[in-house]
Each structure stands twice: as structure tokens, then as C-alpha cells.
Design a binder for this molecule. Structure first.
Ligand code: ZN
Length: 161
């Protein structure tokens, strides 16, 4: 069966950046990624590249930043006071926090610390980067009505509730 809207798709993937470094891979964890096709559960460029594929297909998808995690927005980089990090004694570069923001992924990364000034970046860590996925399609099945209604996959690799 081919991948089309409202199919449950299992894939193995290896994600590399444009320097060729592996950022993430389902093969390391051993469990394929399972997602509901056609509902923007995955980045748009990858969803498009998977459309019409079938079980056993292996291919490479080169995704520009605009179809992956978008562009870098300078105004998502801010300097804030250390006092904002209530109850955290050691603020270090690379730490990530959930933030209540209207735009962006809702996770900020500490990119610099200078005395009481902490610079945070609310861009997605992969924003502005073209990405390459090595893909193998493991399974394709029709999604259930309930899954389509919920907008996500249930069971192994999906939501449990
Ligand atoms: Zn559900």
C-alpha cells in the first residue's frame, strides 16, 4: 500500500545536517518512527518526500530549511536577567528551558551567560539548517477513524491514552 493522506506510516530515518553530522536516528533507538501522514505530524518537506512511497522504499530526502524547521528569527534571541531563572543556581550555555511564548517551538536555549545577563535563543535548534534524511519505509496501514479524529497514531510508537 502506498503512503497517502490518513495512513499510519512507520519509517526508519537517519537525519544529518549539511556538515554531514548525524543529528538523530531511529536506528540507534531501534524503534521506527510512526506518524499519521497528511496531518503535519512531521516537517512538511519530509511529508511531501514520503507521499506515494511504499513499504521497502529506501531514499534520501534533501529538505531546505524553509520546509524543515524554518528560518532563524533574530528577535527570538533575547538577553534577560538571571533573576528570571527562579530557583536555578547554575545557568550554563546549552541548557534548555520550556518557555511560555506565542511563537516558535516553546523551548529556549541558553547561548551566552555574562554576569547577570543571560542570552536565550527561542529558535528551534535546527532552524535555518537544510536537513538530509535517509529513509526506509517499514510499514504503511490505513489509520483508524479514531486516529484520524485525534490527528495522531495510537499504539506502538504512537500515543497511549
Ligand atoms: Zn489519540
Amino acid at each position: 500500500m502506498q503512503i497517502s493522506n490518513n495512513t499510519a506510516v512507520s519509517i526508519h530515518y537517519t537525519l544529518t545536517n549539511d556538515a554531514g553530522e548525524v543529528i538523530d536516528s531511529s536506528i540507534q533507538s531501534g524503534e521506527p518512527l510512526v506518524y499519521l501522514h497528511g496531518q503535519s505530524n512531521i516537517i512538511s518537506g519530509l511529508e511531501r518526500a514520503l507521499h506515494g512511497r511504499k513499504v521497502g522504499d529506501k531514499f534520501t530526502a534533501n529538505i531546505p530549511a524553509s520546509d524543515a524547521y524554518g528560518h532563524v528569527f533574530e528577535d527570538r534571541v533575547q538577553v534577560i536577567s538571571r533573576e528570571m531563572f527562579d530557583g536555578i543556581d547554575n545557568i550554563e550555555v546549552g541548557m534548555q528551558f520550556h518557555a511560555d511564548v506565542s511563537e516558535g517551538p516553546g523551548i529556549v536555549t541558553v547561548v551566552a551567560v555574562d554576569g547577570d545577563n543571560v542570552t536565550i535563543d527561542g529558535n528551534h535548534p535546527l532552524a535555518g539548517m537544510p536537513l538530509t534524511f535517509e529513509i526506509e519505509v517499514i510499514d504503511v496501514r490505513p489509520a483508524s477513524e479514531e486516529e484520524i479524529e485525534h490527528g495522531h497514531i495510537h499504539g506502538a510508537g504512537g500515543h497511549h491514552h
